[in-house]
Design a protein around this ligand. Structure first.
Ligand code: SF4
Length: 287
């Protein structure tokens, strides 16, 4: 992409700078262990050295210590957060610090035994649609009926070629339950040249291709949030969660605020501002 001074000017007007204010929200990966094997998920790209890892409670605290401006922590990543044995303790710690908590889950681990803890540990719950979604919703609503109407519970449905025809039915079932349904266009997050890149590319075309909105010059991630892997590695976003591809530093070795303000992060933001771009974002549907 050719550097574009007009774009730089417009983004600066939006308040985006190389030296961005500390993030108010980050995504933290409590574990890389997952109980599903979804065909489009980047979980498949995990090297064996990163499989079934857990973030410890002390590491979680250390990350929060280095992020003084935080207002919300989202628990998500290349594993199912409810697989983490420390997940509820982490939520209590976040709440004690005055932070909101959000869970992105496949719902497989939602049960009558843990529904109370889930409903009260997370301020927001996003269920990623699959076979466990409706039972999980019913269990959570029987524990806390206001979850849906209060807007705290939502369901995201990835639009694939297979489910295209039944999307209206899914939306109708969820709306009868009073649950907000978010349709997520299928996008190709796989690294170019990787095994699944071409397969996903074809799926995206079959799913309607242009459904995904391009966000040229509108990717907010480098300016407002970050992804932190269960080993503490800070990457720019949930589209690039692989620390072997990019890391700005380890939030267990250096405070997050220092990593956020580091030279490599500033250079990365600069590439976004100018449109001069970088290899990490190349091929990302957000650009
Ligand atoms: S990889 Fe995509 S989502 Fe991530 S920072 Fe780059 S453009 Fe944004």
């Amino acid at each position: 992409m050719v550097p574009n001074p007009l774009r730089t000017g417009l983004l600066r007007l939006r308040g985006w700078r190389e030296a961005a204010p500390l993030p108010k929200e980050v995504v933290i990966e409590p574990t890389t262990k997952c109980d599903l094997y979804c065909p489009t998920c980047l979980h498949r790209t995990l090297p064996s050295s990163r499989k079934d890892k857990y973030m410890s409670f002390d590491c979680f605290k250390k990350i929060l210590d280095g992020a003084p401006a935080l207002e919300q922590v989202t628990m998500s990543g290349l594993g199912e957060p409810l697989q983490s044995p420390e997940i509820f303790r982490m939520c209590t710690e976040a709440h004690l610090r005055g932070l909101r908590t959000k869970l992105v889950t496949n719902g497989m681990k939602v049960s009558e035994e843990n529904a109370y803890e889930i409903a009260f540990s997370f301020d927001f719950i996003e269920l990623s649609f699959n076979v466990a979604t409706i039972p999980a919703i019913d269990i959570l609503l029987s524990e806390e009926p206001s979850l849906g109407t209060g807007g705290r519970l939502s369901v995201s449905v990835l639009c694939t070629p297979e489910n295209r025809r039944i999307l209206p039915a899914i939306q109708s079932i969820l709306s009868r339950k009073g649950i907000r349904c978010v349709l997520v266009p299928l996008e190709n997050w796989w690294p170019e040249g990787g095994d699944y890149y071409q397969t996903l590319k074809e799926m995206v075309i079959q799913a309607g291709g242009g459904m995904a909105k391009r966000r040229l010059g509108r990717c907010h991630w480098p300016f407002s949030s970050a992804f932190i892997s269960c080993e503490g590695e800070v990457t720019p976003c949930t589209a690039r969660m692989d620390p072997s591809r990019i890391t700005f530093g380890n939030a267990l070795e250096m405070p997050l605020w220092a990593i956020w303000d580091s030279e490599p992060y500033r250079i990365f933001r600069k590439s976004h501002l100018s449109g001069g771009f970088n290899r990490v974002c190349q091929g990302c549907p957000a650009e």
